[in-house]
Design a protein around this ligand. Structure first.
Ligand code: NI
Length: 206
């Protein structure tokens, strides 16, 4: 392939990927049932997020209203995840450390399990605490989690159990930054630079 042709192909692939991402994240305004009922204008906003009801690591039932008034960083995963989830949580923890004493005022970091059958409140609580004391772990019934992942457009699917009955959960692993009203601001990859993430969190919480 000639150099010019290679550049053209790269550009076209980039455009296709961009269009696909936009198509996945954005939809026409006014179609989101979560936002429509609250009378909020959704024009130009990605329709990610919305109301939820889950159980935190202390066994308390919580909704998005419990976290209103402060941006949320919402990340999905499961405690048995071998590498991606721990890597993302380490980055979140590092970013929170960079925010220092202000971290709690700036953002509420939330880890939602995509494996509610194994991730009990106690297990999840121990897991998130091993990364950072600020991180809130949320679990619930299979139905609760299904609703939450749907609202956040998260892909999560259990793999077929092996002969010992053990399974994994394939899942998308973006971090979702929501504003103090629970509306989507932007998403990050699980391997974002902690310094960059800290900056983004600072900007959202300012
Ligand atoms: Ni994972």
């Amino acid at each position: 392939m000639s150099r010019t042709r290679a550049i053209l192909v790269t550009v076209l692939l980039g455009l296709a990927a961009g269009t696909l991402t936009a198509a996945l994240l954005f939809a026409l305004p006014g179609l989101d049932p979560n936002q429509a009922g609250r009378g909020q204008i959704t024009t130009g906003r990605a329709l990610v997020g919305g109301p939820f009801e889950l159980t935190d690591q202390s066994g308390r039932r919580v909704t998005e209203k419990d976290f209103a008034g402060r941006p949320m960083l919402v990340y999905f995963g499961f405690t048995h995840c071998p590498d991606v989830c721990p890597a993302g949580l380490q980055i979140i923890a590092a970013a929170l450390d960079k925010l220092g004493d202000r971290a709690k005022e700036v953002v509420t970091p939330i880890f939602v399990t995509v494996d509610p059958e194994r991730d009990t409140e106690a297990l999840l609580g121990k897991y998130v605490a091993s990364f950072h004391p600020n991180i809130i772990g949320l679990t619930g019934s299979v139905e609760d989690i299904k609703r939450m992942t749907k609202t956040y457009r998260v892909y999560a699917k259990k793999t077929k159990p092996d002969e010992h009955g053990s399974y994994s959960v394939d899942h998308s692993s973006f971090m979702y930054l929501m504003d103090s009203k629970g509306l989507f601001i932007k998403h990050f990859r699980h391997n974002i630079d902690p310094e960059k993430l800290a900056e983004e969190l600072r900007a959202a919480g300012a």
